[in-house]
Design a protein around this ligand. Structure first.
Ligand code: ATP
Ligand code: MG
Length: 675
């Protein structure tokens, strides 16, 4: 039907472009395979290639090329894994084509879903003022529903709120039924299937009534909107005539479905990815999405990129060797013209602290040799792996920023403050109400529940709070006054709201935390972020969707961005590159983690994770592993380097051990020597 209504005709871009003079010399900047993808005509295309082969660069040039060919930038949609990467890509496109690139719509699937649902969601019952629940909030709501259903009191252990969330989320993201997920992946909870289904229903109806959407809902609802509202779908599809997706290997089925529907009227979709770098299976991502792209979009053109521009041959040889052992893979071997470079090092350390001191020392040496701190990264499997190193780096005066750890927004004090702002933005937000009430002296879980019920029923929260006498009476009155101060002035900016609640919250913060000075810095930071927003809903949605990195409680570094090295989980290092990459805890049992030993799929995911970490490096790779580490969880003594190096021939590695120089005990004292 919308065929007649189509307001445009399909024309091959190349035909349109040829008489135009293009402003960029694409041929000089790209190899022939990249050029073919960048200048491709309309229709679906898949760029599949290994790490560092220029996939992201291809998308950047594609954006520039489309604009260069006369496409209105606002007709382009660029979907990336983080908002930061979208911004970086668009700024790089801007360097090529000028400020027009800023009108391209770029962001994550979730942020685009958020924007579209606020504009078009009414037809499927999503009001524009909805609140986004982050993972912690969603779990809290599940706990509330679970308590209401009386599931806590059952004899047999019911899954924890985090596990319930994991089960529900997996079902949404993989488009599989709850029973399927429970019976196949959580069989030990099979007895609870009926109760889990009830809980799922209660959770969903609570969200619907209170206009709360969790992360999964954003995608689920967007898909529903695109399915059920023809006119919205036509309008959206018309708006975004060119859809580009980076890191496609880390999308899940739901996202693939969303893309298909977004593109339903034009099929102009270009996705790029590397199946060997798929590392988000725990969130339902599947590298099979890449293999299945040609099925989802028939007539897809496939482009393969084979030259690696990032790493030297020794690094690439190691990476190739690691991924060669993978059971399922699609991408080909890569080559590079950067033939020379040092061999990747595998360094044995007597213990965790020796590992940390070596790294601090090596970073200082590299800096002497001219490698700036901003070109150094230390990568690890889990956020807690870097705690000892963080202390050592601070001692050595090496400033760092940590990525992928506890997010600033997930810290209790930031959540506390925001909860107050949120109950005013959405008075139905019971999760935030609960948090706000529990902070008041004299209010426990039972009292909070009763108050919540009254607030929902009566609808005039301030009256309810002021009507309470007894131990919590005074506290609740102060709360009512503080909140009324927010709601009374509808035109208060987000920053004004934050500082208003800050005044009220400060005494509680001081009372509760010994390290409150650091936490106050986080709240100051929150205030600074708020200053960038004119509207409260935008501020809250962005915080939930794209939480800023590290809290001051974890990271203590001066504010000189360019002078810091990066500590990052491997997951958060996706798509990035540095001159020098350290990978720590490369000891079997930590990497791969002992938990993954029992499942082939999990082990394969860990292998890909290792591949991702090695391929971040341009010139230097140092893999370090402490020995004689007792692992409490598995009861094992860890001493062996990761099994992913078992098949790597010794001439691809520089195998070293740290030897403590006698008489010196500080971080600079260890020297390393060849085995
Ligand atoms: P990943 O798989 O890690 O996401 P990628 O395939 O997206 O990597 P890019 O990040 O786009 O690769 O490129 C890796 C590096 O190689 C970048 O520094 C990029 O600028 C450079 N590069 C890519 N192609 C070329 C080229 N044709 N000429 C010069 N440099 C290039
Ligand atoms: Mg990339």
């Amino acid at each position: 039907m919308e065929r007649e209504a189509k307001p445009y005709i399909l024309k091959r871009l190349a035909d349109e472009a040829s008489p135009r003079t293009l402003s960029i010399d694409y041929q000089a900047a790209l190899n022939s395979q990249q050029l073919a993808a960048v200048t491709a005509g309309e229709g679906p295309s898949l760029v599949i290639a290994g790490a560092g082969s220029g996939k992201t660069r291809t998308l950047v040039y594609r954006v520039a090329y489309l604009i260069d060919s006369g496409i209105d930038p606002s007709n382009i949609l660029l979907l990336t894994f983080t908002r930061k990467s979208a911004q970086e890509m668009l700024s790089r496109a801007g360097d090529l084509i000028g400020a027009r690139s800023q009108r391209v719509c770029g962001g994550t699937f979730h942020s685009v879903a958020n924007m579209l649902l606020r504009r078009y969601g009414r037809s499927i019952g999503v009001e524009p003022g909805f609140t986004i629940l982050d993972r912690g909030d969603a779990e809290d709501l599940i706990a509330l529903c679970r308590a209401q259903l009386g599931l806590n009191d059952k004899g047999k252990r019911f899954p924890r709120k985090g596990t319930v969330m994991e089960i529900l989320s997996k079902s949404e993201n993989t488009l599989r039924g709850l029973d399927d997920i429970v019976l196949e992946e959580f069989a030990h909870f099979a007895d609870h299937l009926e109760d889990l289904t009830r809980l799922q229903q209660a959770y969903q109806s609570a969200k619907r009534q209170k206009q709360l959407l969790d992360y999964d809902d954003l995608l689920v609802m967007l898909r529903r909107l695109l399915e059920s509202d023809e006119s919205a779908r036509a309008a959206i599809s018309r708006q975004y005539r060119y859809i580009l997706v980076d890191e496609y290997q880390d999308t899940n089925r739901l996202q693939a479905e969303v893309i298909r529907r977004l593109a339903s009227t034009h099929n102009n979709v270009m996705v790029v990815g590397d199946d060997s770098q798929s590392i988000y299976a725990f969130r339902g991502a599947t590298f099979k999405n890449i293999m299945e792209f040609p099925t989802l979009f028939s007539n897809a053109t496939i482009y393969k990129l084979e030259e690696n521009y990032r790493s030297t041959q020794p690094i690439l040889s190691l990476a190739n060797c690691i991924i060669e052992e993978a059971t399922e893979k699609y991408t080909k071997r890569l080559f590079t013209r950067k033939i020379d470079g040092p061999l990747p090092s595998l360094v044995e350390a007597a213990g965790e602290n020796a590992q940390s001191r070596f790294i601090a020392q090596k970073i200082l040496e590299l800096r002497e040799e001219g490698v700036p701190l901003s070109e150094v990264a230390v990568l690890f499997r889990s956020s807690f792996h870097s705690f000892d190193l963080e202390i050592e780096l601070s001692r050595a005066g090496l400033p760092f920023i940590k990525r992928g750890g506890v997010k600033f927004i997930e810290t209790a004090h930031v959540k506390d403050l925001l909860a107050h702002v949120r109950v005013i933005a959405n008075p139905l937000d019971t999760v935030s109400w609960h948090r706000v009430l529990m902070l008041v002296e004299g209010v426990g879980p039972k009292k909070a529940q009763d108050l919540l019920a009254a607030i929902v029923k009566v609808g005039r929260p301030f009256d309810v709070l002021r009507g309470v006498s007894g131990r919590s009476g005074q506290g609740l009155k102060s709360l009512a006054n503080a909140l009324e101060g927010l709601s009374g002035a509808g035109d208060q900016s987000p920053a004004e709201q934050v500082s208003h609640i800050y005044e009220y919250y400060l005494p509680m913060l001081k009372e509760q935390y010994d390290d409150y000075p650091k936490r106050i810095r986080d709240l100051d930071h929150l205030h600074t972020i708020a200053e960038g927003y004119p509207v409260i809903n935008e501020f809250l949605a962005d915080l939930a969707l794209e939480p800023p990195d590290g809290s001051a409680v974890d990271v203590d570094a001066p504010d000189r961005d360019d002078e810091r090295l990066v500590l990052s989980t491997i997951h958060s290092a996706k798509g990035l590159e540095w001159q020098c990459v350290f990978i720590i805890w490369v000891v079997d049992g930590r990497f791969p983690s002992a938990y993954s030993f029992l499942s082939d799929d999990d082990l394969e995911e860990e292998r890909r994770l290792f591949y991702v970490s090695v391929t971040r490096a341009k010139r230097y790779v140092f893999m370090t592993y402490p020995i004689n580490v007792y692992d409490k969880a598995s009861g094992m003594l860890l001493s062996k380097p990761t099994r992913f190096l078992d098949h790597v021939s010794s001439d691809l590695l520089d195998v070293l051990a740290l030897v403590e120089e006698s008489g010196q005990e500080h971080w600079g004292s260890s020297r390393y020597q060849d085995f």
